[in-house]
Each structure stands twice: as C-alpha cells, then as structure tokens.
Write a protein that binds this ligand. Sequence first.
Ligand code: TYM
Length: 347
Amino acid sequence: MSIGLTQRVFSGVQPTGNLHLGNYLGAITRFVELQNTHECIYCVVDMHAITVWQDPVELARNTREVTAAYIAAGVDASKHIVFNQSQVSEHAELAWIFNCVARMGWLNRMTQFKDKAGKDAEKASVGLYSYPDLMAADILAYRATHVPVGEDQKQHLELTRDIAQKFNNDFSKSIRQAGYDDGFFPLPEPLITGAATRVMSLKDGSKKMSKSDPSDLSRINLSDGPDDIARKIKKARTDPDALPSEEKGLEGRPEAANLVGIYAALAGCSIKDVLKDFGGSQFSTFKPALSELAVEKMGPVGLEMKRLMADKAYIDEVLKDGSQRARAIAAPIFEDVKRIVGFIRSK
Ligand code: TYM
C-alpha cells in the first residue's frame, strides 16, 4: 500500500517579542497566500522561545501577539489551523526521537546556534543546541510537505530533510511492515519566495533585521504606528547616489537594495518594476514614497493586532480550537512512529 500524502503546509514564528517587517514579508504574508492552495498549519512556537530565557508573563503576551499577527495579516483560523506548540505534546515527543536520529556533526554545523550562542557556547542552553531537532519534529509531526520561511531558516530545513531521510532509512523494514511503501516521512520543501526573503536592518545593510537587535531604529515593528514607521524610514541608512534603473546597479549597495526590496514586497511587484518607476530618483524622493506605502500596508495590520490583543478570550479560544485540531492530525501519525520505532503500545 502506498499512502498518498496530502500537500500540507506547516510553519511557525517564535513569540520572542518585537515582531517585525522581516517576519511579516519573509513569512507571514506567504502564509496568507498559501491558504488558497494548501491545507495550512501555523504554529506559535513557544517551546522554541524558551531555548533562551523568557519572562513567563511576557511569553504568554507574546504568544497572543503572534497569534493576533497571523489573524490580522489574513490567516483564517477557522479554515486552517493556528495554535501554540506547547499544547500539542507530540512535538516534544517526536523531537526526542529525532534527537536520537540526528547526528552531533549535523547540529555542529548549524550557523544559527553559533550566532545565537555567541562566543560562550558553554553557557548556551542544551535546548538552543538541539533546537533544529524540535523544528524538524514540528514539521514532520504533521508529515508536512511545504514550509514557507525566510532565507535564514534554509539550513534548518535541510537538516529536517536529512532527519526525515535517515529515519526512513534506519527504520525502512518496520516502515514497510506498517504499510508504507515509499518511506514514512516526506522530505519537506522550503518555500523561500518573494522580493523580501531576507530583510536587512535599516541601520546596517549587512545585518539581518532581527527581533533582538538592541536598536529599535533597525526594524519596523508590526506594532509601530504611522509616525514611527515614517521616522524609521527617514532615518534608515542609505548611500549618496540616486537609485539605479537596472537591478545590476544595486550590487554593492546593500541599503539601497534592501529598501527597494521592501518596497517591491509591500507593493506586490518586482524589483525591476520599482526601478522602472524610481530609477534616477534620490532617496529624498524614494523614502517618502516608501513611508507612504508602508503605512498604507502595515497600518491596518497593526491596528487589527491591537484590537485582537484586547480580546484575550477570543485569542485563547483560537489557540484552544487550533490545538485540538492539530492534535487530531499529529496523534495518529505519532502512534505509527512509535510502532515503527518498536515501542510497545498497551491497549
Ligand atoms: P523566527 O521566529 O525567527 O522568524 C519567523 C519567520 O520570519 C522569517 N524571518 C525573516 N524573513 C525575512 N527577513 C528577515 N529579516 C527575517 N527574520 C525572520 C524567518 O525566516 C521565519 O520564517 N526556527 C523558526 C521558527 C520555527 C519554524 C518551525 C519555522 C520553529 N519551528 C517549523 C518553520 C517550520 C524561527 O526561529 O523563526
């Protein structure tokens, strides 16, 4: 018997505060698009967040904030699934099995661990090190086939594929005995698409826009009002030249390339189109146009997030309902995993 796989999308965002334009353009807007063509599961990954210490009150607030951001951006929590990771215990249980499948050498290569742990890796949590195994479990607990993410998650997706492949090989005999001819886990495909797969800091075009950058001027937060957005774009670092008319002219100009990419992603057009309109313009012309567009697109999302955040009961109900529906998919898959691995299942 060959079990036909549903085309299923899974992705997640960490509730670590300061949700920003990079998260929005690189991930959340992609989530919204995929709803038309796929069955989608969007998770608020609270268990990933605690790989670095989080204030418990803030963690709960930030979990609701990411949920509100998904919904405000256009994720339909009634047609698709929105939930928080810790409410579905299969993630943690499958992650343990993957800790035993993944190799130390694979994890040692993860650049995100090196970046986050910094110089003193001895003091990093064990969870931060094994984080990619939990991420693989998030995706494969649902046998998801497609994962929309920003560029920075590419390496973790490659590791997820390696884990799926090794599991399929290591347990090939019992997988066949369980009735699966073509392996148990799919090798999920990363979907890294659009004009803004790597939004850079507004203060330094060589650094990724990030939640943890100490400078608030480096990012546009989803919670920023129109004045903040305009002020941050006005202060964004640029170079003295006018914008080029061809994409090639952006080479070696990271700040210009970043702002043009942001414009294209917000407008839903290509970089080429933006340069057709603004080639030859100075930043004194381009920045106000970008501000206006950013306020037009982001303003309503921020306002809707605020409105939803005031309705805690509604957000919690979305997470409860989503968790139940997520569990209904993950539980039978994990039952199979346990049988495949050889764990006795008492009736
Ligand atoms: P996180 O919470 O750091 O980021 C959430 C999403 O936003 C994308 N992103 C960006 N995209 C473009 N430009 C940027 N500057 C930028 N910064 C962040 C990220 O690529 C991501 O898609 N490990 C993940 C969360 C996770 C996950 C998963 C994702 C846990 N389990 C399973 C997919 C599937 C993370 O830390 O994302």
